[in-house]
Design a protein around this ligand. Structure first.
Ligand SMILES: Nc1nc2c(ncn2[C@@H]2O[C@H](COP(=O)(O)OP(=O)(O)OP(=O)(O)O)[C@@H](O)[C@H]2O)c(=O)[nH]1
Ligand SMILES: [Mg+2]
Length: 222
């Protein structure tokens, strides 16, 4: 009887926890985004003075009503080239991936240039590096079937490339290319981690997709 009550009690009081992995090139804005998410859902002031991440930052948020009653455990890992091999160890336990792009560092190329490779290299900023890294994430077997949210970050900057161009000219090309064969549930959204614009929408999309995918990737009960 004691065990029955104990398990009923645990069932009634525990919540689903989903892990979200923030990836992207160095300087894309992952740590700023983590700070902004933390601040948005805990009414704290965000610490926006970030330094390049060596290792990881992690925070768990509990979403307030009317959001579903779940925890999101968010992992922010360093994006510098030498640190990217560490990403592999996070894939098996994550429930969604956020790939953050610095929209002001994909060059001044036009949409046509972005989608046909005709733009000059110096106009592409870090577009090619970003493409290779996104492709390697999509190709990782341990991440197969995991929903992926691509965030066109730094939309507050005057020199940013608009989300539609990043979506149509870059992301679509990667997803429809031969290295995007494993493409799964995905979305491209604009945001500014610095100002907080688009952060709630991003979290809401993640929330709905991890729950939708929970038969494939069950949550941890806490
Ligand atoms: N204007 C603007 N700047 C941003 C935004 N997001 C981040 N930044 C700036 O970009 C720089 C890098 O931000 P971080 O969050 O540290 O970048 P990161 O992706 O964590 O970088 P690594 O830890 O090296 O992988 C900082 O100077 C941020 O203030 C944004 O939305 N708009
Ligand atoms: Mg960082």
């Amino acid at each position: 009887m004691y065990h029955l009550f104990k398990s009923l009690y645990l069932h009634a009081t525990s919540k689903e926890e989903y892990s979200i992995l923030l990836l992207g090139l160095d300087n894309a804005g992952k740590t700023t985004l983590l700070e902004q998410i933390k601040a948005t859902f805990s009414a704290q002031h965000p610490n926006l003075k970030t330094v390049p991440t060596v290792g990881q930052n992690v925070t768990t948020i509990s979403l307030p009503p009317p959001h579903p009653s779940i925890y999101l455990k968010i992992w922010d890992v360093g994006g510098q080239h030498s640190l990217r091999k560490l990403w592999d160890s996070y894939y098996t336990s994550c429930h969604a991936i956020v790939f953050v792009i610095d929209s002001s560092d994909v060059g001044s190329a036009t949409l046509a240039d972005l989608s046909t490779d005709t733009g000059r290299e110096e106009e592409h900023g870090r577009l090619d590096e970003c493409r290779l890294v996104l492709e390697s994430v999509l190709q990782n077997e341990d991440a197969e079937g995991v929903p992926i949210l691509v965030l066109a970050n730094k939309q507050d900057r005057e020199d940013c490339v608009e989300v539609v161009r990043i979506k149509e000219g870059f992301v679509r090309k990667v997803f429809e290319g031969e290295k995007g064969a494993n493409v799964r549930d995905s979305r491209v959204l604009p945001c500014s981690a610095l100002t907080g614009t688009g952060v709630t929408e991003a979290v809401e999309w993640l929330c709905s997709r991890v729950r939708w995918n929970k038969e494939n990737r069950p949550p941890v009960m806490r």
